[in-house]
Design a protein around this ligand. Structure first.
Ligand code: DX5
Ligand code: ZN
Length: 225
């Protein structure tokens, strides 16, 4: 198992000051920026696209904010936007296998763009999609909510799935990160880590605290994670 990474989901950030929010969470000790892309088709919500990714990346380079951008695609079809996000500065691109007609091709497209590639598993999606593509995967993302919204409750069955994914990763001997997404907070992150997770997305668990008008608000919560 690898060094743990905290991945704040900017879905819960203040989009009118996205750069500042990202700068603050990275300064507070977070490791990667989780970027949720929703299309009002694959999931019932509409969020942000490559233009925002590009602006954010430019801001981060300019301000010396050093962290990978982890683009979580909740879109269908998948392939058309891969190049756009790679050009916009994505470092990691993950997608839901049900949303791609040709999972292996989508993974190859991501790798050809020079990005790390990953598959995302909804609560009811089997890990069997991994069987023939383990060699093309850099990240496995287990959803602990149904995708579409921040602020939902953690689905406990995700813990069992994390353990299964951890076994698959260890058996493969490959360098693959195991990420969780949905309902992760200071209160349950240790249990999630014990199930084998090394990369922890948290949206409302981090940015939700922003409303407490405390200058060190991200610091306090991220240090506890
Ligand atoms: C849900 C998104 C998540 C979400 C997590 O579809 O993929 O990344 O922002 O938010 P919290 O941590 O609030 O559950
Ligand atoms: Zn996400």
């Amino acid at each position: 198992k690898k060094e743990n990474w905290i991945a704040p989901s900017i879905l819960s950030a203040d989009f009118s000051q996205l750069g500042k929010d990202v700068k603050d969470v990275i300064a507070a000790g977070a490791d990667i920026v989780h970027f949720d892309v929703m299309d009002n088709h694959y999931v019932p919500n509409l969020t942000i696209g490559p233009l925002v990714c590009e602006s954010l990346k430019k801001f981060m380079v300019r301000e010396g904010v050093n962290a990978p951008i982890d683009v979580h695609l909740m879109v269908k079809p998948v392939d058309r936007v891969i190049g756009d996000f790679a050009s916009a500065g994505a470092d990691i691109i993950t997608f839901h296998p049900e949303a791609s007609e040709h999972v292996d091709r989508s993974l190859q497209l991501i790798k050809a763009e020079g990005c790390k590639a990953g598959l995302v598993f909804n609560p009811a999606t089997s890990l069997s999609y991994l069987e023939h593509v383990m060699d093309k995967i850099d990240m496995i993302l287990i959803m602990s909510v149904n995708p579409g919204f921040g602020g939902q409750a953690f689905i406990p069955q995700a813990l069992e799935k994390l353990k299964m994914a951890r076994q698959l990763i260890d058996a493969s001997g490959r360098d693959i990160r195991l990420e969780i997404d949905g309902g992760v907070k200071v209160e349950n992150i240790r249990e999630v880590a014990a199930a084998g997770c090394d990369t922890f997305v948290s949206g409302s668990g981090i940015f939700g605290k922003a409303n407490a008008a405390d200058a060190n608000r991200y610091d306090t919560v991220i240090k506890q994670m």
